[in-house]
Design a binder for this molecule. Structure first.
Ligand code: GLC
Length: 428
C-alpha cells in the first residue's frame, strides 16, 4: 500500500536553506535574540537588504548536482521577516530594495530542476506585537523592563500565523514539505491551534508532509512515536544536529520516518566567522549513517546577504555529488538492512530489489566480511561505483569462517574509494 512518505523515504537527501536579513549582521539567525536587539535597531537590516546576486536556479543546480532530491527554505524565521509576498504584513522581501518574492522564485527554480520543495515556517515571531515578549524564554525583549506588563493578544497572533500558512498553502502551488519550528514551554500543540492549522494545510495540500515540531523541537519526537499520535503529530521526526543512535521507531517498534537536520559549519544562518565546515567525506558518511538507520539527511546551507551560497559549502556539495553519482543506488530507495553495523562501515538495503550495499569505510586485513549473508544466497557482487565484478576472497586464513562470505579488493591495502567503497550484493 503506497504511503505519502514513500517519496521522502526514497529520496533520503535534501538541502536546508536558512536565509534572511540576519545574513547582514552575519552572526547567525538568532542574532536578534542573542544580542537582545530591538525592532528599531534591527530595522537597518530590513532597509539595507538587497541580495543582488540571488540566483535560485544556481542554488537548485548545486543541490541537484550534490545528489539532493528535495529542499526546504525558510519562508519566515524567528525574526518575523517574510521572504514571501504576504498580504498580512509589510515586513516582507517584496517591500525591501530587491522587491522580489524570494520564496516564489525558490519554488519555481527548484521545481524546474526536478526537486521537491518544502517551506520552513517559524511558529515564533519576534517582530509581531502580539507574540509574547517580556518573560518569554527567548524573545529578544524577554528581560527588557519596557515590555513588562505589556498586553499581547495571542489569538490575534495565531490568526496572523494561520493566515500566513494559508497564504503559503494556497498561493504557491504544490508544496511537498511543511517544516514548522518549534514548540517550547507552554507553546506547543493546541496552544498553536495545531489541529485547526493541520486540517487547513492538508485541505489545500493533501499530499504534503509535515514535521513533528507543532508539538516538539529538535530534541523531542512528539506523539508520532507513541501508540496514539495526535492529529498534529506530523509525518516525520526531525532530530537536530544529531543522528539517532538506533534510528526512530514507535512504541510498537515500527520504523518511523525521520530526518536529521545538520549544518555544514555550526550555524544555520550565514555566520561570517564560522569556518568550522564539516569535510565532505564526513558528511558522506553521515548521509550513509542516516540511511542505514532508516532516515534522511537535510544538510543546511546559509546564503550570505548578497544571495550567494558560501564557496566552502559549494565545494563540499560538489564533492558529495561526485560520490553520489557513483554510489547513489546505495542511498536512494534504501534503508535499514537489519544486519547490525560491521566494524568497517555500514550496510544499507534496497528491499524492493533485494540488494544489500556494504559501505566499506575502513579496509580489512584478509578480506571484507559480508555480515549477515551466506555465500549461497549471493546472486552477484559488484563494485557499485564501476560495476566491476567482485569475487570472494580465497585467502587461506579465512578457513575459520566457512559460513561468511569475504570479499577482496585485490592486493592493495588501500580502499578503492578512501571515503566509502560500496559493494553491491544482489541476493537470490
Ligand atoms: C533550531 C533553531 C533554528 C533553526 C532550527 C533548524 O530550532 O532555533 O534557528 O532554524 O533549529 O532545525
Amino acid at each position: 500500500m503506497p504511503k505519502k512518505t514513500d517519496w521522502f523515504e526514497h529520496d533520503r537527501f535534501g538541502m536546508f536553506i536558512h536565509w534572511g536579513i540576519y545574513a547582514i549582521p552575519a552572526r547567525g539567525e538568532w542574532v536578534k535574540s542573542n544580542e537582545r536587539i530591538t525592532d528599531e535597531a534591527y530595522q537597518k537590516y530590513f532597509d539595507e537588504f538587497d541580495p543582488e546576486d540571488y540566483d535560485p536556479r544556481a542554488w537548485a543546480k548545486a543541490a541537484k548536482n550534490a545528489g539532493m532530491k528535495y529542499a526546504v527554505m525558510t519562508a519566515k524565521h524567528h525574526d518575523g521577516f517574510c521572504l514571501f509576498d504576504s498580504k498580512l504584513t509589510d515586513y516582507k522581501s517584496t517591500n525591501t530594495k530587491c522587491g522580489r518574492d524570494l520564496i516564489r522564485e525558490y519554488l519555481e527554480a527548484f521545481r524546474a530542476e526536478g526537486l521537491k520543495v518544502g517551506l520552513y515556517y517559524s511558529l515564533l515571531d519576534w517582530r509581531h506585537p502580539d507574540y509574547p515578549h517580556y518573560g518569554d524564554r527567548i524573545h529578544p525583549m524577554r528581560d527588557n523592563e519596557a515590555f513588562k506588563g505589556v498586553a499581547h493578544n495571542f489569538d490575534n497572533y495565531l490568526k496572523y500565523m494561520h493566515g500566513q500558512v494559508e497564504e503559503l498553502c494556497a498561493n504557491y502551488g504544490k508544496i511537498d514539505l511543511f517544516w514548522f519550528d518549534f514548540s517550547y514551554d507552554s507553546l506547543s500543540g493546541e496552544a498553536w491551534k495545531a489541529t485547526e492549522l493541520v486540517r487547513m494545510i492538508r485541505g489545500y495540500q493533501p499530499g504534503v508532509l509535515i514535521d513533528n515540531r507543532l508539538e516538539a523541537s529538535g530534541e523531542g519526537d512528539g506523539s508520532l512515536v507513541t501508540d496514539s499520535p495526535n492529529e498534529y503529530s506530523g509525518d516525520f521526526v526531525s532530530p537536530e544536529q544529531v543522528i539517532p543512535l538506533d534510528g526512530v521507531r514507535d512504541a510498537a517498534g515500527n520504523p518511523v520516518p525521520w530526518e536529521a537536520c545538520v549544518t555544514m559549519n555550526n550555524g544555520w544562518g550565514f555566520t561570517l566567522l564560522d569556518k568550522n565546515f564539516k569535510p565532505a567525506p564526513m558528511l558522506i558518511k553521515k548521509l550513509v549513517e542516516c540511511v542505514s538507520k532508516g532516515g534522511n539527511l537535510l544538510l543546511n546551507v546559509g546564503p550570505d546577504a548578497k544571495g550567494r551560497i558560501p564557496e566552502e559549502s559549494l565545494e563540499i556539495l560538489a564533492e558529495i555529488g561526485k560520490w553520489m553519482r557513483q554510489n547513489r543506488k546505495s542511498i536512494y530507495g534504501c534503508g535499514y538492512a537489519g544486519l547490525g553495523k560491521p566494524e568497517y562501515g555500514r550496510i544499507t538495503k534496497n528491499a524492493a530489489t533485494n540488494t544489500l550495499y556494504y559501505h566499506v569505510m575502513e579496509n580489512q586485513v584478509g578480506g571484507i566480511p559480508l555480515h549477515g549473508v551466506k555465500k549461497e544466497r549471493i546472486k552477484k557482487m559488484r563494485m557499485l561505483s564501476s560495476g566491476a565484478e567482485l569475487d570472494f576472497s580465497r585467502f587461506w586464513a579465512l578457513y575459520k569462517y566457512p559460513d561468511i562470505a569475504f570479499v577482496s579488493f585485490g592486493d592493495s591495502a588501500l580502499l578503492p574509494d578512501p571515503v566509502d567503497t560500496v559493494i553491491e550484493v544482489e541476493l537470490a
